[in-house]
Design a protein around this ligand. Structure first.
Ligand code: ATP
Ligand code: MG
Length: 421
């Protein structure tokens, strides 16, 4: 128990973290190129923020939140998604008074959902997300879709489909809700218990239910896209026109509704097919009412969240290898009592920006060599009594076995030039 991580959580091991760092680097780059700046918000928020923001008829709020009372009896929830916290921060800091749009991204945000753990589905996962506040035009929606696509295709992903839909706005949705209720009304008995309870208040949720019999039941349900009001229809046309000029392939999928209540108009998903079926890597959309709903001015906004574990899974699945940085350049070994001389040389090399290391386990020289080999260091220096007395360093190329002799004080320069060859 003590040596087992909680179900649905995963460690990132030192041997694997370079993959995260590489992907995170690309995420930062793509976001920065388009003028997004990083925001960091707390891991937990007041529970009410998610009840109001995400919606209390969603799976996330009804079934999946990690909610607890703190010592002062406040109800606290670990972030089940990234947008509500970003909106709260946007309002609290008064950023809406700055020139708009306000573009921000979050990276590596831990997200907690009490889900049934399985491949690609964790109880703690991490997201990269973009949010754009104050942008009404569909060019903003298209920009986000393009950035998500650019990021993933830039990482080498081939098997990727971009799916878009519109789920309307408070003008056209009531009419659709009525149509949907009529359709679902005849099928209530076949729904899962949660859907039976929520279908009256929020019939859209039934469309997003993961239960197989609910999915089967809504297969032929009417689609929001077919009954959009004029404004929503025009917005959707503008979005498609932007995507058309950008040349990325996309599909309209009338079935996308997304699992969060705050979406209006555009919703989208980037999906990939794996051996186990379809996997959504990125999901997002427009949320024109959320800022106001959470107590701010009436301000349109659009955003997406991308699961980092799923991105890594996808890269793995496609056999895409990420560049692995070397973690030791020079390993310094020593003989006899020359441990301090070795220690000092390691510091000298590090000051010169060289990744240097030495033995800290009082190993024999033979064992030090063996360890040096395991680190993959291309160069190894051995300091014995003679070298220290003469003030020299013998630098060995671990691959060719060639040996170079340098003055001890110039060892860093010599290593640097050997490393650059
Ligand atoms: P799904 O349909 O797969 O449940 P979702 O609609 O719940 O996804 P969002 O809330 O939009 O997902 O989250 C954005 C992204 O975060 C998803 O596209 C996915 O990449 C990732 N994600 C969501 N839930 C999990 C999870 N439990 N484990 C790992 N990644 C996840
Ligand atoms: Mg989900």
């Amino acid at each position: 128990m003590l040596t087992q991580a909680p179900r649905g959580t995963r460690d990132v091991l030192p041997t694997d973290s370079f993959r995260w760092q590489y992907v995170e680097g690309k995420m930062r780059q793509v976001a920065a190129e388009a003028g997004f700046r990083e925001v960091r918000t707390p891991v937990f928020e007041h529970t009410e923020l998610f009840q109001r923001g995400v919606g209390d008829t969603t799976d996330i709020v009804q079934k999946e939140m990690y909610t607890f009372r703190d010592k002062a009896d406040r109800s606290i929830t670990l972030k089940p998604e990234g947008t509500a916290g970003a909106v709260r921060c946007f309002l609290e800091s008064g950023m809406y008074a700055d020139p708009l749009p306000c573009k921000m991204y979050y990276l590596n945000a831990p997200i907690f959902r009490y889900e049934a753990p399985q491949s690609g589905r964790l109880r703690e996962h991490h997201q990269f997300g973009l949010e754009c506040f104050g942008a009404k035009s569909a060019t903003a929606d298209a920009e986000l879709i393009l950035l998500a696509h650019k990021l993933l295709s830039g990482l080498g992903v081939k098997n990727l489909s971009v799916n878009i839909n519109s789920i309307g706005c408070p003008n056209c949705r009531p009419k659709y809700h009525a149509m949907l209720k009529e359709y679902l009304g005849e099928r209530v008995a076949g729904m899962c218990k949660t859907c039976q309870e929520r279908f009256d208040r929020n019939p859209l949720r039934v469309l997003d239910c993961k239960e197989a019999h609910c999915q089967e039941l809504v297969k032929d349900a009417p689609a929001m896209l077919d009954v959009l009001c004029e404004e929503c229809a025009a917005h959707f046309e503008q979005l498609k026109a932007c995507l058309d000029v950008s040349g990325i392939p996309y599909q309209v999928d009338k079935r996308i509704v997304r699992g969060l209540d705050y979406y209006t108009k555009t919703v989208f998903e980037l999906i990939t097919t794996t051996r186990e079926g379809n996997l959504t890597v990125c999901g997002g959309g427009r949320y024109d009412n959320l800022v106001e709903e959470l107590g701010g001015p009436s301000l349109p906004a659009v955003g997406f969240g991308m699961g980092i574990e799923r991105v890594l899974m996808l890269l793995d699945g496609e056999g895409i290898e990420l560049p692995q940085p070397r973690h030791v350049d020079v390993f310094v070994t020593y003989m006899g009592n020359n441990q301090i001389a070795a220690f000092s040389l390691v510091q000298q090399l590090r000051r010169a920006g060289i990744k240097a290391d030495m033995d800290h386990c009082a190993r024999s020289l033979k064992a030090q060599f063996k360890f040096a080999n395991k680190t993959g260091a291309p160069l190894c220096i051995t300091l014995g009594d003679d070298e220290v007395a003469q003030g020299i360093a013998k630098i060995r190329n671990m691959n060719t076995r060639e040996e170079h002799t340098a003055k001890l004080e110039a060892a860093d320069k010599c290593c640097r030039s050997l490393l650059s060859k």
